[in-house]
Every structure is written in structure tokens, then in C-alpha cells.
Design a binder for this molecule. Sequence first.
Ligand SMILES: Nc1ncnc2c1ncn2[C@@H]1O[C@H](COP(=O)(O)OP(=O)(O)OP(=O)(O)O)[C@@H](O)[C@H]1O
Length: 234
Amino acid sequence: MAEIRLQVSALEGWYGESHVLHGVTFDVKRGEVVTLLGRNGAGKTSTLRALAGVMRKRRGSALLDGHDLLSTPPHRVAHLGLGFVPEERGIFSSLTVRENLMLPPVVRQGGWSVDAIHELFPNLKGRDTTTGTRLSGGEQQMLAIARILRTGCDIILLDEPTEGLAPVIVEQIGKALVRLKEKGFTVLLVEQNLNFARGVADRHYVVEQGRVVDEFANDSLSASMDQLNRYLGI
Ligand SMILES: Nc1ncnc2c1ncn2[C@@H]1O[C@H](COP(=O)(O)OP(=O)(O)OP(=O)(O)O)[C@@H](O)[C@H]1O
């Protein structure tokens, strides 16, 4: 059995006085792609934000390769190999593709070269001097992932990468995730698009009201679709 990279236990989290995570427990093994599924407002994004240190008021335990994420300052989290690609993507519109790509520092060995990035995302090739404003949503998403790969991280928290994207682009993002998995990356994915999630993930956790309430292996999902649809309100 593969080793556990991310072990989250009884994780609680707050926005100010608002208590939104009520004891999230799950794990992600080395090389797995795992999704957090659930209805709007269930706490999926907040879980990623708590792990990345964007949400500061937290309690419980979150270990990455045995390192305590909750006591690690946000700027040191990347040094542990964790990269966060938020839903809003964070592409600077006035900067070029190349400038956006070069923005985060390389913090670990194994950071991707620009050539390797172009191989994964051919859409970004030849676009070095294009400014962020001129990129499509799909190109922005690719750039946001590419930028994280450059830093040398090997576990990626990815928040709704397919949101608002055309099916052909969703397919390209899916292929890139499969490639990353083949290369040994570990991915924790928040995703509303169940079809996309099924195409890339090994396991799925269901989040409800700030807790993980169920878990499904991807290869047994067909038999559990009724139950999953009930959770998701589909
Ligand atoms: N910045 C914030 N300040 C206060 N409350 C917030 C903030 N962001 C989210 N919340 C609240 O936290 C709870 C969990 O939200 P979260 O965004 O984690 O849900 P989600 O499962 O990711 O759903 P969605 O798909 O709608 O983003 C919700 O009740 C939401 O209203």
C-alpha cells in the first residue's frame, strides 16, 4: 500500500468568527489523485485554503509527509512541496505569460523547465509576450498550474480547474492531470464536474457542512452513483 503523504484529522477552520470546517478527516497517498466533492458551501475550498495556510484560524491536524502544516508559516508551505492553485487562478493581467510564469520563486529541486511546461501545455508555447488579459480562461488555468510546477512542488491542491471552460479545454486539462499523475505527482482536487473527476481520480471524498461524510473508490463509483447523486443533490 502506498505511503500516506497528506493526513488530515479533525481539521477545523474559521473565517473570523465564522466556524466553517467542523472536523475534516481524510488522507491522500503518494501518487494519488483524490477529489473533494460536495454541494456549494460544503467546505471544499475552505479545506484547501486551510491546508495551504490561506485560512489562518485552524485547529486539528494536517500532516504533509509528517510535517505539521498548521504550524508552518504560509510562505514555508511551498518548501514542503505543496502548491496551491486557487479557483480564481491569480494570473496578473498586466504581466506577460513569461512574467507570470517566473513570478513564484523556485523553492525545491525538480522544478519544471519552460520546455517541459510547453510540452505539457502546448497552448502556452509561443505566448511568452502575451499579457494575462489576452489569455482565455483555459489558458489562464494552464498558466496557473504551470507556474506551480515551476516552483518544484510535487503535491498540488487544485480548486475547480475546469470551472467555466469549454469541453475541449477541459479535456486538455484532464490529460495534463493524467500526465502529472504518471510522473508521480499527488493531487487533491476540488471539482464540481463529476465526469471530469471520474476521468482523473483514484478516490473521492464527500464533504458536507464542513466534514467529510463519505468516501468512494473511483472504480466502484458506478455502483454508488445513486448515493453520490443524493449527496450532491443532483
Ligand atoms: N471569505 C469568507 N468569509 C466568510 N465565510 C466564507 C468565506 N468563504 C467561504 N465562506 C463560507 O464558508 C462555507 C464553506 O465555503 P466553501 O467555499 O469552502 O465551500 P465549497 O464547498 O468550496 O463550495 P463552493 O463550490 O460554493 O465554493 C460557506 O458557508 C461559505 O459561505
